[in-house]
Design a protein around this ligand. Structure first.
Ligand code: NAI
Length: 246
């Protein structure tokens, strides 16, 4: 197992990529703190599944975009598990609109949930990681954060921000043996992309050389690599998981 006795915090763990990452990390021996908006059936099912397989996971209700809630939650996780080895900043939303139709609220919400949440959790976990001189921080960016996308200026800006945040954290904390990397998924089958109409989905597929949508599990595998010692000298990088989409 690649993450035996490690402790990970994963935001947006209730479904999609965050949920697949939770299940994979737990399978690899990691104790997982699932950060969720509410304790719904899917969260309960995940906790039961992990417990039945002999793993450890606990859910924490927290709005990741709240600085105060993020800090309180990290404190609770440290009280429960003793330390934090891995942080996965995965919580994210879209509020797609052309720029001229975008409201201030559309902008603020997406930046707060996608980018500020990553700052909140990085800020809260790094004192614990620095003390132990060890840590791996993984944040979900997007292919859109690398190249931009019409109708997603708020989302693209938040995901580009994740890349710059990751590179800066890697530079600031590398000397303390804390690594920071980002993953840039392309078009992945989750509730987020299921919300797109058929035309938009077909149009995206034409841009993927591998000619298929990706799975949450395929993104989770990249997160596992970055969380584990297999990537012990990789920091400040962005790993696209896109089927060669650009
Ligand atoms: P999803 O919509 O299925 O899951 C997102 C999760 O984030 C949900 O569980 C939701 O409850 C949680 N969340 C939202 N706001 C939150 C908040 N304020 N506090 C705590 N949790 C919150 O989305 P999906 O597709 O699994 O995406 C996961 C990450 O990957 C996101 O950051 C997304 O932007 C990114 N991504 C997804 C792609 C895709 O094609 N699905 C492509 C590129 C990036």
């Amino acid at each position: 197992m690649l993450l035996t006795n490690k402790v990970a915090i994963i935001t947006g763990a209730a479904r999609g990529i965050g949920n697949a990452t939770t299940l994979l990390f737990a399978k690899e021996g990691c104790q997982v703190a699932m950060i969720v908006r509410s304790l719904n059936d899917k969260v309960q099912l995940t906790l039961n599944q992990i417990e039945q397989a002999g793993g450890t996971a606990k859910a924490y209700i927290c709005d990741a975009s709240s600085y105060e809630q993020a800090h309180k939650t990290v404190e609770q996780v440290v009280n429960d598990f003793g330390c934090i080895d891995i942080l996965v900043n995965n919580a994210g939303i879209t509020q797609d609109k052309l720029l001229l139709r975008m409201t201030e609220d559309d902008w603020d919400k997406v930046i707060d949930v996608n980018l500020k949440s990553a700052f909140n959790f990085i800020h809260a976990v790094t004192p614990y990681m620095v003390r132990r001189r060890s840590g791996s921080i993984i944040s979900m960016s997007s292919v859109v954060g690398m190249y931009g996308n019409a109708g997603q200026s708020n989302y693209a800006a938040s995901k580009a921000g994740i890349i710059a945040l990751t590179q800066s954290v890697a530079k600031e904390l590398g000397s303390r043996n804390i690594r920071a990397n980002a993953i840039a998924p392309g078009f992945i089958q989750t509730d987020m992309t299921a919300a797109l109409n058929k035309e938009a989905q077909d149009q995206k597929l034409t841009r993927i050389p591998m000619k298929r949508i990706g799975t949450s599990e395929e993104v989770a595998q990249a997160a596992l690599f970055l969380a584990s010692d297999m990537s012990s000298y990789i920091s400040g990088q962005v790993i696209p998981v896109t089927g060669a989409m650009a």
